[in-house]
Design a protein around this ligand. Structure first.
Ligand SMILES: Cc1cc2nc3c(=O)[nH]c(=O)nc-3n(C[C@H](O)[C@H](O)[C@H](O)COP(=O)(O)O)c2cc1C
Length: 192
């Protein structure tokens, strides 16, 4: 095993723009939320909530799709399921705001994403959606704030998408090196 070994799931995950409109069975879908449910959260508050819109529920799917930016709609329309993640930013019981709510929702989405990857599914998160319309459209209390829209699906085929999406899908992916992100006691003094 080489020193930079990471689990294959982390290597396989990516934000595809080429989805197949294949249905995702409810049993598989449930396992994604089961994984999300086991994420850690500050004071175990579990501030995550999800609106789920499978493509076979035409009303729900088109309502969530309609909230996405036109650019995101171009590829997300082929996803098997669309989600909106929400954070309980103010506790209903204590009326205290939860600084970590967004952080914890992101962790739950991360768990969901890796479980999806494990099942051969791809997950693409989006900030490009009309989040100010979500609470009104889905009758959600004000102490919840929409975080991201999320497309989930099986991989599609490059030949079925526009040239623009094909090129985007084939683009190389990059990350900042460890030297730029992990510091020791002096800021910007690399640890590795
Ligand atoms: C909070 C968040 C918002 C994002 N918003 C969008 C979006 O609106 N549209 C989009 O195409 N991708 C969006 N992305 C996907 C990122 O562009 C993508 O994760 C990044 O380019 C790295 O690529 P990778 O996920 O394939 O590694 C978003 C990702 C996150 C985590």
């Amino acid at each position: 095993m080489d020193d930079n070994y990471i689990n294959q799931l982390f290597e396989e995950r990516r934000s595809t723009v080429v989805f197949s409109p294949r249905e995702i069975k409810d049993k598989k879908l449930a396992s994604l939320f089961e994984a999300a449910r086991w994420a850690p959260s500050s004071y175990n508050a579990q501030p995550w909530r999800f609106i789920v819109a499978p493509r076979n529920n035409k009303d729900a799917f088109s309502r969530v799709l309609g909230l996405l930016s036109p650019k995101n709609q171009e590829w997300a329309k082929n996803a098997g399921v669309l989600l909106i993640s929400l954070a309980e930013v103010t506790s209903e019981k204590t009326e205290k705001s939860n600084y970590y709510a967004m952080h914890d929702v992101a962790q739950a989405v991360s768990f969901l994403t890796l479980q999806a990857t494990h099942l051969g599914l791809f997950v693409h998160q989006m900030g490009g959606f009309e989040r100010e319309k979500v609470n009104g459209q889905f009758n959600i209390p004000e102490n919840f704030q929409p975080v991201t829209a999320i497309a989930i699906g099986y991989p599609g085929e490059l030949k079925d998408v526009s040239k623009e999406l094909m090129l985007r899908e084939m683009q190389s992916r990059s990350r900042n090196p460890l030297q730029e992100i992990v510091f020791t006691t002096k800021w910007e003094e690399s640890y590795f």
